[in-house]
Ligand binder design. Structure first.
Ligand code: GLY
Length: 316
């Protein structure tokens, strides 16, 4: 059987960042060529994407609404049905590797302080994933929320316009807009091409017909503490089985509502091609909702999105 490696940098990530996805795919390919399986290849690709600070996962993850907290989500599923995930993980370099360790336990998902303690117990050292790029993105996003933005994040901000943030604020620090330097809009830099990076992910079919799918993310642009999207939820951000693997990216709440990755997997299992399943999946979403997918089946593969999306396919 031929192998297939698909990687992505998130729905709405600029295609110009596809070089990062190619580097990730090459890492996965090297693993397969050395005899590694889909699981090992998916992890190798995802680590590269998490380490690329241009993407919103691992190093470079989005800051939450307080401008200080970073909580990361990641998951991995393999074709044998085994799944592992973390949510609300803090101060770890590669969340996908912690998710892979959860997959080796009887649990599916470990959350928050428990996830971070689990990581530490397994030797994952303390690491601050905050970058200047993420701070700049945060400042620019907060400016939009205050009605002083440049419009790039207007759609993301719109859903918060009618919400009294002080009533739902669950951070220990002061409410948005009263904390000085962290929301200094005058220091806004505009990182080129940084409008929409979302989740990173990979799907793999190895030469033995094994499948794996991953997702890793710093979440969306405007998040309360503890907000969980699709990426760590089985059947939402990822799904894999004997017939293929699926990884989704986009607005997590909308992906969860559609149970997207499992839905697409079921179409594959019913005999639909990856190309047809991916196109049908994107069509489930209204145009204003960002969504993207990687789909690999037994015989074909597909990359689909309703926005630009950095991605790469390597098939052999
Ligand atoms: N798709 C990533 C998230 O919504 O958290």
């Amino acid at each position: 059987m031929t192998f297939a490696i698909l990687t992505h940098g998130g729905a709405a990530s600029p295609k110009a960042l596809s070089d990062g996805c190619e580097t990730a795919a090459n890492a996965a390919r090297a693993v397969l060529q050395a005899g590694g399986d889909a699981l090992a290849a998916a992890l190798a690709a995802t680590v590269v994407l998490e380490d690329d600070e241009r993407f919103n996962a691992g190093t470079g993850s989005n800051l939450r609404l307080d401008g200080r907290v970073i909580e990361m989500d990641a998951s991995i599923m393999t074709g044998d049905g085994r799944f592992g995930a973390v949510t609300g993980l803090e101060r770890v370099k590669n969340p996908i590797l912690v998710a892979a360790k959860v997959r080796e336990t009887p649990h599916l998902l470990i959350a928050g302080a428990g996830a971070t303690a689990f990581a530490r117990r397994l030797g994952f050292s303390d690491y601050d994933p905050t970058t200047d790029r993420a701070r700049a993105k945060y400042n620019r996003a907060i400016a939009e929320l205050r009605g002083e933005g440049d419009g790039a994040y207007a759609d993301d901000a719109a859903v918060w316009k009618d919400i009294a943030i002080e009533k739902v604020w669950n951070f220990s620090g002061p409410v948005l807009g009263t904390q000085g330097a962290a929301v200094d809009t005058k220091s806004r830099i505009r990182p080129p091409g940084d409008e929409g990076c979302d989740t990173v992910g990979a799907v793999i079919r190895d030469n033995n017909g094994g499948f794996a799918a991953t997702a890793s993310t710093g979440g969306t642009l405007y998040m309360l503490r503890g907000r969980v999207g699709d990426s760590p939820l089985m059947g939402c951000g990822v799904y894999a089985g004997p017939k293929g693997a699926v990884a989704a990216t986009g607005i997590g709440e909308e992906i969860v509502r559609r149970f997207l990755s499992k839905t697409v997997y079921d179409w594959l299992a019913d005999g639909m091609t990856a190309q047809a399943a991916a196109a049908r999946a994107v069509a489930l979403f209204p145009n204003e909702v960002d969504v993207g997918l990687l789909v690999v089946g037994e015989e074909d593969h597909a990359i689909a999105a309703n926005r630009d999306m950095a991605a790469f396919a390597s098939v052999g």
